[in-house]
Write a protein that binds this ligand. Sequence first.
Ligand SMILES: [Zn+2]
Ligand SMILES: [Zn+2]
Length: 271
Amino acid sequence: MKITFFGVRGSTPCAGLEHGQYGGHTSCVMAEAGDHIIIFDAGSGIYDASRIALDNPSKKIFLFFSHVHLDHIMGLPFFAPVWRSDFTVNIFAGSLAAYGGIQSFLSKTFIEPLFPVSFSNFPANIICQDFKPGTVLEISDSLTINTAQLNHPNGAIGYRLNYKDSSVCYVTDTEHLLDKKDDNILGLIKDSDLLIYDSSYADDNFAQYKGWGHSTWQEGIRLAQEGNVKKVAIFHHDPSNTDDKMAAIEKKATDQWSSAFIARQGQVVEV
Ligand SMILES: [Zn+2]
Ligand SMILES: [Zn+2]
């Protein structure tokens, strides 16, 4: 599988020069697995995922929302396949049971005057599907997705993509408890190849953000080690972390565990 980080930032895009090394687009990660195009979240980074998606001969996209906070959906109208009537875009969400489901939410959100074309008039064949957290989604004979509830205001879902013998986990946005590991996450990530993890904060400033629904890079390493995960990608960077600060985090994290790395915008990882 080829994993591409098209957006790695949390909360808001930040395009200033001081974010140029690590990237300012918000959450979007693509997995290319055989003919499958799997995308996690439609943050501003999804704009840059358009070209690869358009080139895919299957003309089918599978898009999974962790949740629908603005930084995870804002790029959707700028993802080229939604403007192509020959494309099918399958959209999945598991955090919207209390809000009427994903189709209703997107139809009520991307509508005039926020955006000049309503979601229901996007030309692609868009198929929306809600699921309960914990459901296993069978995308094809060779590709399945496990799901798990995360700890985040308004809810969020963690995913594990399994393709042939490889697996990658996408776990953002979530807040950990200090006295107990999150069993939902440990169950999801066990023995996987790569964990992409909400690392908005660090252990030394975590206390001041209690209740904000995010975690730390140290917790990502602890979870990966306890879950026997091969590598952890530090992800969903706080916008206040400029390149200098990110470089310092990178040094500390890789010193602590050589299998940790900072996800950078545009980075490609094979699993
Ligand atoms: Zn977020
Ligand atoms: Zn969020």
